[in-house]
Design a protein around this ligand. Structure first.
Ligand SMILES: [Mg+2]
Length: 235
């Protein structure tokens, strides 16, 4: 629970897994694609099996992407390529089609965390809202449009635009400069202890760790919430 403290003027939100329920959205997309591409006919048992393999490769390559070791284009295709490889499938056309279909449908399958609109609606009258995301620019833009979140945010910074990714301090510097905000009056809200919380803390910002699954952790965020609406009690 956040203790009353009212000096913040600028709230910076992460998008994926903070407002946008990435895992639910992605899961629904895979359920649809599994059906559409009839992946069972390729010998893949069920969608859960496919997703658990895909997630491992996706996490692995996302980590490399974050470190600048693979490009966006490589990441997009290789996570599917390696997933199909591990099922013993060598079908380049299928990889290409499913890569494109996933990129198209995933940001349009709208799943938000509970109370997202209610919280942002309330907060927008009290403070100025911003977004800092490591996601791809065009994908995040589609998510913002399809979920109708765009209207709440005064500035949006993507890592592609900033040239560096969270937790690099320079993306926070870039975002605060664009917002016309000082670190002391700003707070970062995110679900990732390393990327959002530690990154912002290193830059001198206070932080809110969004922890809906109530995981036990060693992180040191300024505050912690399990539901976005807790922010309404605070501001
Ligand atoms: Mg996140």
């Amino acid at each position: 629970m956040i203790q009353p403290k009212k000096h913040y003027k600028h709230l910076f939100f992460d998008l994926d897994r903070t407002l946008w329920d990435f895992d639910s959205s992605s899961k629904q997309t895979f359920i649809d694609l599994f059906e559409q591409f009839n992946l069972k006919s390729f010998g893949i048992q069920d969608v859960e099996t496919f997703v658990s393999v895909y997630n491992k490769f996706n996490d692995y390559y996302w980590d490399l992407y974050r470190k600048g070791e693979v490009t966006k284009e490589v990441l997009r295709g290789i996570r599917f390529q390696t997933t199909f490889d591990s099922f013993g499938l060598d079908n380049k056309l299928l990889v290409q089609q499913i890569t494109e279909a996933y990129l198209y449908h995933s940001p349009r399958n709208v799943f938000l965390f509970p109370n997202t609109h209610k919280t942002l609606e309330y907060l927008q009258d009290k403070v100025t809202l911003h977004l800092i995301t490591n996601g791809f620019e065009e994908v995040q833009e589609i998510k913002m449009q399809s979920s109708d979140l765009r209207k709440y945010f005064t500035t949006i910074v993507t890592s592609e635009e900033a040239g560096v990714k969270k937790p690099d301090a320079r993306i926070f510097e870039f975002a605060l400069k664009r917002a016309g905000a000082e670190a002391i009056e700003s707070i970062m809200i995110g679900d990732d202890l390393e990327v959002d919380i530690e990154g912002a803390r290193q830059f001198g910002m206070d932080t809110v760790f969004f922890n809906p699954d109530k995981v036990v952790h060693p992180g040191n965020a300024t505050f912690e919430i399990t539901d976005l609406c807790e922010l309404c009690d605070y501001f």
